[in-house]
Write a protein of this length. Structure first.
Length: 424
C-alpha cells in the first residue's frame, strides 16, 4: 500500500495515457494553425479578484470551487479555474488591442476547481482553450463554433450534439430575468430548495436544475429568445444562418445558460455520448463585457474550451485508434562484463547518430536482455560478446524476421542508417 496517493480529484497521466494526450494536443495545435490562432501561456495562479470580477460572484466557480490562498507576501491568489479571465488580463496588460483584430489566441494547460469528483469531473483538469478578441461579428462566433466542431470531428468522435442559445446582453437580459423570476414566484411551491437559493443569487441557473421535481416548471418557463433586443436577435439569427448554410446540425436549447457570468449573446456546448453524466466536452460563447469588467477598454470577444480528460475518456470509450509511441530502433545486448562496456559506448554512439537505442542495466543475462528487447518492440537487436569484439564484429538480429547477420563494427552505423532509411 502506497503511503501517499494523488490528492482526491487529481490523477497521474501515465506513460500509457500519453499517446492519447499527444494525439489530442497535436490535433489542437493543428486546428489552431488552420484557423490562424496563436499560442499564449498565462500563469497558473492570478489575483483572486480577477476571477471574482471576471467569472462573477454568485457563480458556483467563485462561490464554492476556487483554490484561493494568501501567499507569504499576503497577496490573495487563486489557482486558475478557467482560462478566459487570465487571457483577457494578459490582453489588457500587453496592450494587445493595437494588434490586428480579432486577436486570436489559444492555450493548453491545467485548471483547478474544488468540485465533487466523479467520472469526468476532476479537481485538476486540462483544457484546450480558444479566444477571439476584438470583434462583434457573428461570423466570428461561427468561426469559433466551426473550429470546435472540426477539432472534435477530426479526433474521430461520433454522436456529437451541438447545443446553442443566446443569453442576451445587459440591455435585454434583465428584462428576461424579471420575467423568469416572476414566473418562478408563481410556482414557488413546486421548486426545489436549491432553486429558491438560485433565484436570489443567480436566477438563470434555475433553467439548469437537474431535480426531477423542477422539470415541469422549467418546461413552462419563459424563453430568453423571446426577450432578446433587436441587436441580440439579429446577431443570433445571423449566426444561425451561417450554421444552416454550412449544413451544421445543432439543437436550439432554451435551457442552456452556462455557469460563468461573463457570457453575452451566443452560448454553446458540445455534448458527447458515452462518458456518463458529465457529457459536455466543450463549452463557450461570447463575452462582450468581460474585458471592461476587469478594467480594460470595451472589447468584445468569443471563445470556447474543450475538456481534455473528457475527450480522452471518449476516445478510449469509442475505441478510436491513436498513433502508438515510436519503438526504439535498436536494442543493444551484451554477453559478459567487457562486452557490457562496449555496449554502453555503442548505445551512446547510436544516439549521437540519432538512432534511438536502449539497453539493459544491472546484472542481466542474455536471455533476460532478449526478453527486454521483445518487450520494447525494438526493430533490431545488436548482440555483442567477447568473440564478436575480438573479430571486430557485432551480431544484428532483425526482430521481425528473426534473420541474423554479422556486421563489421566499423560499418555498423552506416549499415543501420541504410536499413532504417535515414539520410546521412
Ligand atoms: P466550462 O464550460 O466551465 O467553460 O469548461 C469547458 C469544458 O471544460 C467543459 O465542457 C468540460 O469539458 C471541461 N471541464 C470543466 N470543468 C471540468 C472538471 N471539473 N473536470 C473535467 N473537465 C472539466 C470555461 O471554462 C470557459 N472559460 C470556456 C470559454 C472560453 N468561454 C469562452 N472562452
Amino acid at each position: 500500500m502506497a503511503r501517499y496517493r494523488a490528492p482526491r480529484g487529481t490523477f497521474d497521466i501515465l506513460p500509457e495515457d500519453w499517446p492519447y494526450w499527444n494525439y489530442v494536443i497535436s490535433k489542437a495545435r493543428e486546428v489552431a494553425a488552420l484557423y490562424g490562432y496563436q499560442e499564449i501561456e498565462t500563469p497558473i495562479f492570478e489575483s483572486t479578484s480577477l476571477f471574482v470580477r471576471g467569472v462573477g460572484e454568485g457563480t458556483d466557480i467563485v462561490d464554492k470551487e476556487m483554490y484561493s490562498f494568501k501567499d507569504k507576501g499576503k497577496t490573495d491568489l487563486t489557482l486558475r479555474p478557467e482560462f478566459t479571465a487570465g487571457v483577457m488580463r494578459a490582453y489588457v496588460e500587453h496592450g494587445m488591442h493595437t494588434r490586428p483584430k480579432p486577436v486570436k489566441l489559444f492555450s493548453i494547460g491545467p485548471l483547478f476547481r474544488y468540485e465533487r469528483p466523479q467520472a469526468g469531473r476532476f479537481r485538476e483538469f486540462h483544457q484546450f482553450n480558444v479566444e477571439a478578441i476584438g470583434s462583434q461579428d457573428p461570423a466570428l462566433d461561427f468561426e469559433i463554433m466551426s473550429m470546435a466542431w472540426q477539432f472534435l470531428e477530426e479526433l474521430g468522435f461520433k454522436g456529437l450534439s451541438f447545443q446553442i442559445n443566446s443569453t442576451g446582453c445587459p440591455k435585454c437580459r434583465p428584462i428576461y430575468v424579471e420575467a423568469l423570476k416572476k414566473y418562478y414566484m408563481e410556482h414557488y411551491d413546486e421548486i426545489c430548495e436549491d432553486d429558491k437559493r438560485r433565484l436570489e443569487r443567480n436566477p438563470l441557473r434555475v433553467l439548469d436544475c437537474k431535480n426531477p421535481k423542477c422539470q415541469p416548471v422549467i418546461a413552462g418557463a419563459p424563453k430568453i429568445t423571446d426577450y432578446l433586443c433587436d441587436e441580440c436577435r439579429d446577431h443570433f439569427s445571423a449566426l444561425r444562418r451561417y450554421l444552416d448554410t454550412a449544413g451544421k446540425k445543432y439543437t436550439l436549447n432554451h435551457r442552456l445558460v452556462r455557469g460563468l457570468d461573463y457570457y453575452t449573446k451566443t452560448v454553446f456546448e458540445v455534448w458527447a455520448e458515452g462518458i456518463g453524466a458529465q457529457n459536455a466536452v466543450c463549452g463557450g460563447g461570447r463575452y462582450d463585457g468581460l474585458v471592461e469588467e476587469i478594467g480594460g477598454p470595451p472589447t468584445p470577444g468569443v471563445g470556447f474550451a474543450v475538456g481534455i480528460e473528457r475527450v480522452v475518456m471518449m476516445l478510449k470509450a469509442q475505441g478510436v485508434k491513436v498513433p502508438e509511441p515510436r519503438a526504439p530502433e535498436v536494442f543493444v545486448a551484451y554477453l559478459g562484463e567487457s562486452a557490457k562496456e562496449e555496449a554502453v559506448m555503442l548505445s551512446q554512439e547510436l544516439r549521437s547518430e540519432h538512432i534511438s537505442a536502449i539497453l539493459s542495466f544491472d546484472k542481466r543475462g542474455l536471455k533476460g536482455q532478449l526478453r527486454d528487447a521483445n518487450r520494447w518492440k525494438a526493430k533490431y537487436t545488436i548482440i555483442i560478446g567477447e568473440e564478436e569484439i575480438a573479430r571486430g564484429e557485432v551480431t544484428v538480429r532483425d526482430m521481425e524476421s528473426g534473420e541474423q547477420s554479422n556486421i563489421e563494427r566499423k560499418t555498423l552505423i552506416g549499415w543501420l542508417r541504410e536499413k532504417l532509411g535515414k539520410k546521412s
